[in-house]
Design a protein around this ligand. Structure first.
Ligand SMILES: Cc1ncc(C[n+]2csc(CCOP(=O)(O)OP(=O)(O)O)c2C)c(N)n1
Ligand SMILES: CC(=O)[C@@H](O)[C@H](O)COP(=O)(O)O
Ligand SMILES: [Mg+2]
Length: 638
């Protein structure tokens, strides 16, 4: 902890019990100390900061009023849960957040009893909370369940599915809508505009007239609350909001940084709550830290930074990111083909489509956090002759699987999937690892599945996807910087289902799919040092497979290593099945698949995750020697 921090009250809080012992008049100071501590902690590690800064007062108020962990508190996404971690016994450990062996950057059940539900992906909190509320009701426990969800997360269909169900069940559930008018980027969509109107008071004023007439029908707790707090009365809006129509009692908008507003409202809800309640809290992302408040992304995610200046320390890169190469290549192609359109789900910067949006604002669609919709929306565009590119992180594409199957693949629609963050992503850990895309795309009839082994390949794959009209096509590429290869001026259209050989040998063959190719070439060098003549090939396609190439590698080598940065069930599984079906294993070929292990790998640096999974240079060499049999390395070394 920084010796310059003065946090006399926070120092006394080892758990929310301690917080609840303090008089309400101390809570403002607790919040100030908590904010300073949060900034100090994240400045040392990097991580998600803006969202946490915005919920400091809300976090203090919730823990002061509710009986956590008996009352269940769920943070949607969980990236804003850092202040919650500090107040729930993890203050010291916060100095390790997202580091190997340290705290997770999200809420995590195994980490604390104060985290009743893990997350990382958005918009799950209301569903999970409803399950807990119903269980509590069935058990007769009558504890409270509170789900805190952001305005960005509120754009996903799942939130409405949950509210629809909660309203019908009349469940005792508290949803706190943390409205900071920001997603990662400024939010888009009609829902966001609706919330803005509620906050600005336009909708509020007309509804208030109606509310006046309804006052005598208000439940007792609302009248009581209104009597007790003048501010609350002023901020109270009842009847007629979308949330009311869904069966929630709507309270708000409330200033989420003013404890004099938050505390009485939360107490009222706690003491008299009987059905679903939605408390609309207005906050500022980045609140209380000027560099965050001033930045465009409100310091959503930051690397280590200087607390005084806010300057972040970004490591110097020798090559552009894959994301940038994808975006630039797509912009280049879109200049030549006006049917190309680009879609992302609330991730303009992350997917690189901010660049595309600058060049083609009318051909760029931010659909909000709505991956399922993004895919079917793209399918609709494809039916009309457009060439939609859905740019999405591998992990978030998982959300849209039925849409890929039912809306795209069965109808053979040429939707192009640009799958970013494929493979280990490092600090965000298992919720964000891009592990499963190859495995879930390959079984789909007619789907073309590619992976880029460097940024030049990525450029070719963008061009290939533009040219391919027969059905859906995907290409995956990792988080971070490229390998530094020379880039072609423009990509070429790749021959469908054809790989390439980079180095020819006779004893060992390494067939790599995607990002591990550089390590495969390095491992081949090591193997040559042992006198093992090694072939290295880049498969490019997991579907259709290059049958000719696979047969050649299988027939003319003793060992075949299948390498990919993805879960088992992906590329290697496809090749193994192909080998088995075509009798290519019958002569005793020693095939070894190298994939991610069958476990959710905890956060660490991507390099450490790759190494721990045996997908690095040394891991590949080891796999070859294991295939050749015990003692092979010793004999060859001698
Ligand atoms: C399903 C899914 N899609 C995308 C993301 C990436 N993501 C993380 S936080 C975030 C913005 C969330 O906005 P909001 O809920 O308003 O929270 P805030 O950061 O404003 O507090 C997005 C798009 C995600 N975590 N999950
Ligand atoms: C919380 C969340 O889902 C995003 O903020 C994510 O952490 C972004 O990851 P990248 O840093 O890879 O864009
Ligand atoms: Mg928000």
């Amino acid at each position: 902890m920084s010796s310059t921090l003065s946090t006399p009250l926070l120092d006394q809080i080892a758990s929310p019990e301690d917080l609840r012992r303090l008089p309400s008049t101390d809570l403002r100071q607790v919040a100030d100390e908590l904010r300073a501590d949060l900034i100090d902690a994240v400045s040392r590690t990097g991580g998600h900061l803006g969202a946490g800064l915005g919920v400091v007062e809300l976090t203090v108020a919730i823990h002061a009023v509710f009986d956590t962990p008996r009352d269940r508190l769920i943070w949607d996404v969980g990236h804003q849960a850092y202040p919650h971690k500090i107040l729930t016994g993890r203050r010291e450990a916060m100095r390790t957040v997202r580091q190997e062996g340290g705290l997770s950057g999200f809420a995590k059940r195994t980490e604390s009893e104060y985290d009743p539900f893990g997350a990382g992906h958005s918009s799950t909190s209301i569903s999970a909370g409803l399950g807990m509320a119903v269980a509590s009701e069935m058990d007769g426990r009558r504890n409270n369940v509170i789900a805190v969800i952001g305005d960005g997360a509120m754009s996903a269909g799942m939130a409405y599915e949950a509210m629809n169900n909660a309203g019908a069940l009349d469940a005792r559930l508290v949803v706190i809508l943390n409205d900071n008018d920001m997603s990662i980027a400024p939010p888009t969509g009609a829902m966001s505009a609706y919330l803005a109107r509620l906050v600005s008071g336009k909708a509020y004023r007309s509804l208030r007239e109606r509310a006046k007439a309804m006052t005598r029908h208000l439940p007792e707790f609302m009248r009581e609350g209104a009597r007790r707090t003048e501010e609350y009365t002023r901020g109270l809006l009842t009847g007629g909001t979308l949330f009311e129509e869904l069966g929630f009692f709507y309270v708000g908008p409330i200033d989420g940084h003013d404890l004099d507003h938050l505390l009485p409202v939360l107490r009222n809800v706690r003491d008299t709550n009987n059905g679903p309640v939605l408390i609309h809290v207005v906050t500022k992302k980045g609140k209380g830290y000027p560099p965050a408040e001033a930045s465009a992304d409100k310091y959503h995610g930051v690397s280590k930074f200087d607390v005084v200046t806010g300057a972040q320390s970004k490591p110097k890169a020798n090559a552009p990111t894959y994301t940038k190469i994808f975006a630039e290549s797509l912009v280049q192609e879109a200049h030549a083909d006006d049917k190309i359109v680009a879609i992302h789900a609330a991730m303009p910067d992350g997917t690189g489509l901010d660049l595309f949006g600058q060049a083609f604002p009318k051909r760029t669609f931010d659909v909000g956090i709505a991956e399922q919709h993004a895919v079917t929306f793209a399918a609709g565009l494809a039916t009309e002759g457009y060439k939609p590119f859905v740019a999405v992180y591998s992990t978030f594409l998982q959300r849209a699987y039925d849409q890929i199957v039912h809306d795209v693949a069965i109808q053979h629609l040429p939707v192009r999937f640009a799958i970013d963050r494929a493979g280990f992503v490092g600090a965000d850990g298992p919720t964000h690892a891009g592990s499963f895309d190859t495995g879930f795309l390959c079984p789909l009839p007619g789907m073309v599945v590619m992976a880029a082994s460097d940024e030049a390949e990525l450029r070719h794959m963008v061009r290939t996807a533009v040219a391919y009209e027969e059905g859906p096509i995907s290409f995956r590429y990792p988080r971070g910087n490229g390998t530094g290869v020379d880039l072609p001026e423009r990509g070429s259209v790749l021959a469908l289902g054809k790989g390439r050989i980079l180095k020819e040998g006779t004893k060992v063959a390494i067939l790599s799919f995607g990002s591990r190719l550089t390590e495969a070439l390095a491992a081949a060098e090591d193997l040559e040092g042992f006198g093992l003549s090694t072939t290295v090939a880049d498969a490019r396609f997991a579907k259709p497979l290059d049958g000719e190439l696979i047969a050649q590698l299988a027939r003319h080598h003793e060992v075949l290593i299948l390498l990919e940065e993805g879960a088992s069930g992906g590329f290697a599984a496809q090749v193994l099945e192909h080998l088995a079906r075509n009798g290519l294993l019958d002569h005793g070929l020693k095939v070894r698949p190298l994939t991610m292990p069958d476990l959710f790998v905890d956060h660490a640096s991507p390099e450490a995750m790759v190494k721990a999974s045996g997908l690095d240079r040394a891991g590949i060499v080891d796999a070859v020697f294991r295939a050749l049999g015990t003692g092979a390395r010793r004999v060859l070394q001698a």
